[in-house]
Design a protein around this ligand. Structure first.
Ligand code: NAD
Length: 497
């Protein structure tokens, strides 16, 4: 059986607990991953401490060169990375390429680190006084990442952290751990010092060790909300800087004037792509008015019937299996709950079996109509290929639904009316808004982050916010006296006159 080890120059030879890694398309166990503990983390931290000061002292342009080289290597290895990712996650290979690509875009942004690190300067802030600021690295950053984007989310984190001068310890999901290791190997090949980026595998035991380690000042987490909440509080109690992004239940508002054919295209991709295992998926559609709802449902049915579910390396498949047998069971259980709560199961994906791959973890596309806000299946995240229709009577209700939901990651509105779109974007209580854009993940030079139970802490991922997260801002107020006496009174707070 293939063994997946930690990626660190001093990996411990001690035997450790292991977790199994599935091939979701076949239902077979394809590898075992080592699960680290506090002692292993101690080694990783010691290594990180030994390499970080020299890296921080390397000028930003040289650091950028490593990033440029890393970008080239990722591009050169795109196919291999995508196939590996797809075989452990279950998403189809083209979608896996998108996973790598969206992470790569943050690496591209990090290539511009000399520009974004320049700081601010004011000459003559007072008599003979200048003020400037500089962003300095924190030391060692840690990232704890979910299974659903095993390339993109690690790169969001370590790309910014390392370019800013930190060492980084990544604890990826134990369900698809191979790609993060491969990325770390490529990073060394790109010229990064060994030990600057380390990958430690593990479960709660390793996460707790990270949360409690006194020499890790900042932690970025992405995963489900209860764990995000836990990470945020335990990390903050230990005096760390923490950003923790959680689950989601994104709504797609469909106004009566929307181009419904386009909406159906967008919705089928955003609800069922990657088997719905995306935090920016659109699992809830909110048609405004009964007539819009009926027309939309009519058009959705043939589009759903045309979806092709296949093994993850089937080039014709729209989506593949979900990640584990437990997750398949959990999704099907949510469909049961929705039915018991009174939802109308219009298309039922339960019990789906792919011919020739009966042991794979496939879930058929599911459409549930007449879902209401009282249903737990509406309130909670399902994270599967399940689309729920919640009918809103008017625009006001359509603004209220996502605004009052416990999650506030993304939302989209489909309309031809600029005023309605503008009004919606300004009023809705959600962190990322799409206007006729179903998956509004901001580009790498903006920043990413949801609100409410989708995001704990207040600094976003990547862009200038990412840079703020991984650095501390030092402010210098300087005066170079010309030698003449300064008659100021030292006992009052200095002002700029
Ligand atoms: P998860 O919360 O199960 O796991 C995330 C990470 O936490 C993993 O590294 C895992 O090993 C670790 N972990 C798991 N249980 C833990 C525990 N009890 N204590 C400490 N650490 C623990 O999430 P997942 O199933 O891997 O990913 C799917 C979830 O992530 C969904 O809820 C999805 O919405 C969310 N997600 C959110 C975003 C976002 O940006 N908001 C992006 C992607 C995924």
């Amino acid at each position: 059986m293939r063994q997946i080890d930690h990626f660190m120059p001093t990996a411990s030879p001690a035997p450790s607990r292991k977790a199994q890694v599935w091939n979701p398309s076949t239902g077979e166990i394809q590898a075992e991953v080592a699960l680290g503990d506090a002692a292993l983390l101690e080694q990783a931290v010691a290594t990180a401490k030994s390499v970080q000061p020299e890296w921080a002292a390397t000028n930003p342009q040289k650091r950028a060169r490593v990033m440029f080289k890393f970008k080239e290597l990722i591009e050169a290895n795109m196919q291999e990375l995508a196939e590996l990712l797809s075989s452990e996650h279950g998403k189809v290979v083209d979608d896996a390429k998108g996973d790598v690509q969206r992470g790569l875009e943050v690496i591209e942004y990090a290539c511009g680190i000399p520009q974004v690190l320049k700081g601010e300067y004011t000459q003559g802030a007072g008599p003979g006084i200048d003020v400037y600021s500089m962003r300095q690295p924190l030391g060692i950053g840690a990232g704890i990442t979910p299974f659903n984007f095993p390339a993109m989310i690690p790169m969001w984190m370590f790309g910014m952290a390392i370019a800013a001068g930190n060492a980084f310890i990544l604890k990826p999901s134990e369900r698809d751990p191979s790609v993060p290791v491969r990325l770390a190997e490529l990073f060394v090949e790109a010229g990064a010092p060994e030990g600057l980026l380390q990958v430690v595998h593990g479960d709660k035991e390793m996460v707790d060790a990270i949360l409690d380690h006194p020499d890790i000042p900042a932690i970025s987490f992405v995963g489900s909300s209860d764990i995000a909440n836990y990470i945020y509080h335990r990390g903050a109690e230990n005096g760390k800087r923490v950003q923790a992004f959680g689950g989601a239940k994104n709504h797609g508002i469909v106004m009566p004037d929307a181009d419904l054919d386009q909406v159906v295209n967008d919705l089928t991709g955003a609800a069922f792509g990657s088997a719905g295992e995306r935090c920016m998926a659109l699992p809830v559609v909110v048609p405004v008015g009964e007539d819009t709802a009926n027309r939309l449902r009519e058009k959705l049915l043939p589009a759903i019937a045309a979806l092709r579910i296949g093994v993850s390396n089937d080039p014709e498949a729209h989506y593949g299996p979900v990640v584990t047998p437990e997750h398949k069971a959990r999704i099907e259980q949510w469909i049961n709950v929705a039915e018991e709560e009174g939802g109308e199961i219009v298309v039922d994906g339960r019990g789906f079996s792919l011919q020739g791959h009966e042991d794979g973890f496939f879930v058929g596309p599911t459409l549930i109509d007449h879902v209401t806000t009282k249903m737990t299946s509406y309130q909670e995240e399902i994270f599967g290929p399940v689309l729920q229709i919640v009918r809103a009577k008017d625009f006001e209700e359509a603004v209220r639904l996502p605004s009052e939901h416990q999650y506030g990651n993304g939302v989209a509105i489909f309309t031809r009316n600029g005023h309605a779109a503008r009004e919606f974007a300004s009023r809705v209580n959600v962190g990322m808004v799409g206007i006729n854009v179903p998956i509004p993940v901001p580009v790498s030079y903006h920043s990413f982050g949801g609100w409410k139970r989708s995001g704990f802490g207040d600094i976003d991922q990547y862009g200038t916010e990412g840079l703020s997260f991984w650095t501390k801002n030092k402010k210098v107020t300087q005066r170079w006296p010309d030698g003449s006496p300064d008659g100021g009174n030292a006992f009052v707070i200095p002002t700029m006159g």
